[in-house]
Design a protein around this ligand. Sequence first.
Ligand code: SAM
Ligand code: SF4
Length: 327
Amino acid sequence: MLIDNHNRTINYLRLAVTDRCNLRCNYCMPSEGIDFARNDKLLTIDELCQVAEILVDQGIDKIRITGGEPFVRKDLMVLLRHLTTLKELKDISVTTNATLIGRHIDQLKLLGIKNINVSLDAINRETFERITRRNHYDTVHNNLIRLISEGFNVRINFIVLDGQNEQDILPILDLMKHYPVSVRFLEEMPFNGGSKTFQKIKWDYKAILAHIVNAYPKYRKLESPATSTSINYQIEGHTSTFGLIPSFSRTFCGSCNRLRITATGDVITCLYGKPKVNLRDIIRGENAEENSKAKILEAVGSRAKTGFDAQKENKKVFDSSMTSIGG
Ligand code: SAM
Ligand code: SF4
């Protein structure tokens, strides 16, 4: 079991499989992209399997695959298939922009991987294309509807961006109201590869909630697991639910159960902090399992208490991009 220096149990791994992406979301990276890691710096699929096995052995029972865009990695299904063989792993999920998932849907279903988070920050085509800087609107919408109708547990991640997509907050709730999905509104974080910096945001979780309940005064708060980062609600008459994720306000640090491994093998114990250690050379060296476990224990044993504390130690916080941190 992994327990950090603030007595929080860590059982949830967010494993990034690539830093590459076929979109260029403006809140995530500049239009020209970032300095993507050299191929030999990325963990191979075998190494990703090995890292996952090590961490599951240390008590991780939930893995979310992320990136970059996971499905740009051609051998992703090999990793997913391997993860399904790990008995102690109770939950495997994927976060995706849903542009490339279509051809894998049947296989995902066969593997029993049903928890899919789809990032969708607009339902208006022009807004979508302005934010993502690409024209994959139809593909994303078709894949989203297919995932929902084929019975996947779909959660939609919608980052609320000042001056860009606030006009779509209520329409996306309307569009989804008859579907069994959760629409989660996230606060924007300053991890955009240096495109812009900010110290505060207009659309924090309180402002988003106020905007929604002004239009839908009849709603109820839902019970959420103690480690959930989202505060969840349901509007009267809606099948869907909605959630608010205070990713910038950081109100959930006290119960944070997460660890991140980036596509290059960095161990990150807080999104706002510096990487604690890199596992790539350790995995490629002698006594890989034993040495990796020791380094992971060390990293978990020196976690900042909150995202604000982590940020104080990280001078480069505003240079990073979610595509390389692993969102
Ligand atoms: N490419 C996949 C996708 O977009 O779903 C997975 C990786 S992406 C980095 C993971 C999540 O991070 C997405 O939901 C994305 O919207 C979110 N994200 C990226 N940049 C962010 C930022 N600056 N602030 C808040 N969330 C961000
Ligand atoms: Fe790509 Fe996801 Fe970043 Fe958008 S948020 S650029 S889809 S990694």
